[in-house]
Design a protein around this ligand. Structure first.
Ligand SMILES: Cc1ncc(COP(=O)(O)O)c(C=O)c1O
Length: 379
């Protein structure tokens, strides 16, 4: 396998299970499209694991969020509150369905959507012709946001809570699986996720009507003989992707254990060396340790680490940025975003694939130490 400019990648697929067998089965059975049987089986297994009544498998996590918004009744002209510090898709999905994005701050501890800022935004909205109908909570790096506090605000203001659990399969909040909170939850299975299908996602709910709407919209609402009930999308997962997903799911617990070991080793090193600041772990959280990140002193500090690691063929990169600072999101309504401004450009992701060996991680840690001694301590 060629690794491009890197010997150690950030987060690459761990395909050591039955993936090849299930793909071969798709081909030998001639079921490669969305109509194949693995899709339903994958939905059933994921919904069971996350304690949800319904799951709809999608072509991406972004598609899953779009369907979640539509299923929750969010429509053109509505406003949806989104954390400013997230992957762009959380916000893009809102724009794709014709709603307006409002960017809110994250908490300075776990970096999840800030319930206090959410409430401030909702109070202001209620003073005029109220248009906010939903908020989206993101679980950064797989670390759960404060769902009870966020749900409390959403319930008091009568808006839908949508859980963007894109990278968080296997995490739990106060013992309840992430992906099981709020009206609907979306998961991503893209190539850098702990459980990957190459590209893919899933949207989950306990509500029968919402599930029906999401399912209809995922397939252009096509029934037999070209009958259409809604104007939909082509968002359904293929049988090939679902086959990979089933094989991945068989090894999910093993992969999660490996990610936890990797995360614990980095945390021990960072705490002892002070090379990067560790990111706080909140008492309610069991993280799936999807993406291991530390906090650099500044963006320049983060960039010097990336440059040093690049020279040593190790992939390290800045993880997310304040969306408000990006050209694509310039004209978007926003709150003060103090915490997002403070962390943007400083969060650095370290290699943490579940197949990363202890020896590879020791090499990464040795390089971190070298950088810290020669460059990082002074920049
Ligand atoms: C928080 C968040 N939301 C949404 C997505 C979008 O998922 P996908 O890339 O599968 O469309 C991602 C993907 O990384 C993500 O991290």
């Amino acid at each position: 396998m060629t690794m491009g400019p890197y010997d150690i990648l950030l987060s690459s697929p761990d395909l050591r299970g039955n993936e090849q067998d299930y793909i071969r089965q798709c081909i030998s059975d001639n079921w490669i499209s969305s109509a194949g049987p693995f899709v339903g089986e994958f939905e059933e297994k994921i919904s069971k694991r996350l304690g949800r009544k319904h799951a709809v498998a999608t072509s991406s996590g972004t598609a899953a969020i779009e369907l979640g918004l539509i299923g929750s009744g969010i429509k053109s002209g509505d406003k949806v509150v989104v954390p400013d510090w997230t992957f762009a898709a959380t916000a893009s999905a809102v724009a794709h369905i014709g709603a307006e994005i409002i960017l809110a701050d994250v908490t300075r501890d776990g970096f999840g959507l800030d319930p206090v800022d959410l409430e401030k935004i909702l109070q202001a909205d209620r003073e005029g012709p109220s248009r906010i109908t939903a908020a989206i909570a993101v679980h950064p790096f797989g670390h759960p946001a404060d769902m009870d506090a966020l749900m409390d605000v959403c319930n008091r203001y009568g808006i839908a809570m949508i859980e963007d659990a894109a990278g968080a399969i296997g995490s739990s909040y106060k013992g309840k699986p992430v992906g099981g909170h709020g009206k609907v939850s979306a998961i991503s299975f893209n190539g850098n996720k702990t459980l990957t299908t190459g590209g893919g996602g899933m949207v989950l709910t306990d509500n029968d009507d919402i599930a029906e709407v999401m399912r209809l919209h995922s397939v252009n609402s096509q029934g037999p003989n070209y009958r259409y009930k809604v104007i939909g999308y082509n968002h359904r997962m293929t049988n090939l992707a679902a086959g990979i997903g089933l094989a991945q799911l068989e090894r999910l617990d093993e992969m999660l254990e490996s990610k936890k070991r990797i995360s614990d080793r980095y945390t021990a090193y960072l705490e002892q060396s002070g090379c990067l600041e560790t990111i706080p772990h909140m008492p309610w959280a069991t993280s799936n340790c999807w993406m291991y990140c530390g906090l650099a002193k500044s963006e320049a500090h983060a960039c010097s680490l990336i440059e040093f690691m690049d020279k040593n063929r190790v992939q390290v990169r800045i993880f997310w940025r304040s969306l408000a600072s990006e050209p694509a999101f310039q004209d978007i309504q926003r709150s003060d975003l103090k915490n997002c401004r403070e962390i943007s450009g400083r969060v650095v992701a370290l290699p943490c694939s579940s197949h990363l060996t202890e020896e590879q991680q020791e090499n990464v840690i040795a390089l971190l130490g070298e950088w810290h001694k020669t460059v990082g301590a002074h920049s």
